[in-house]
Design a protein around this ligand. Sequence first.
Ligand code: C5P
Length: 226
Amino acid sequence: MKHTAIVLAAGKGSRMHSDVPKQFLLLADRPVIYYALRAFEESFLDEVVLVTGEGQDAYCRKEIVEKYGFSKVKQIIPGGKERYDSVYCALRAVEDCDYIYIHDGARPFPDEDILIRARQCVEEYGACAAGMPTKDTIRIVDGQGVVKDTPERKYVWQMQTPQAFSYRLIRTAYDRLFEKGDFEGITDDAMVVEQMMSCPIRLFEGSYRNIKITTPEDIRLANAFL
Ligand code: C5P
């Protein structure tokens, strides 16, 4: 069985208010994306496809993949305008695998235990995603900020990556999504599988350290973890 990771690093990261995309900001002298690539390099995964922004492939190849000797990175491909465009580019570039692990390059800390849980879960259920129970109470509000609903906290999880799928399932889901052309509200891959295939998604435990670098304070938090 072949296990392939897609590491997404084609975002601009506008919420970071920085000229450098967040996956290339430095954490302890190494770019954010280095840490996720290292975790995959040291894991059971067979191959990694790195998805970068337009014109960033040469930099990634030389300054990250070659510099740190990430031998499992077999392809570096350009992404698309939205996250789902980037994922679809990568899915079309890796047709010969059995399982796909899609990971946000802006999450530097997918540790070995998380990857092992992902593997166990995807081999059993075919569609799964990392997540953690929310620590805060979550409220649903209307456009004016008035509370409309309060889901029971024990049933509310925050979604993370990796999200792992059998290749056939996620590929068919994305083919259908792009045939339909309705991308409203799509922010992760589990959603695509749920909506296009009516397939349940099993959540497995990620970790509270598996944060996504999004706003400037996340860099401080990630440095503290390191
Ligand atoms: O914007 P967001 O935080 O949801 O991005 C999650 C991940 O998806 C990041 O690692 C980002 O680089 C990636 N992404 C991408 N292509 C895009 C937009 C986001 O690869 N067009």
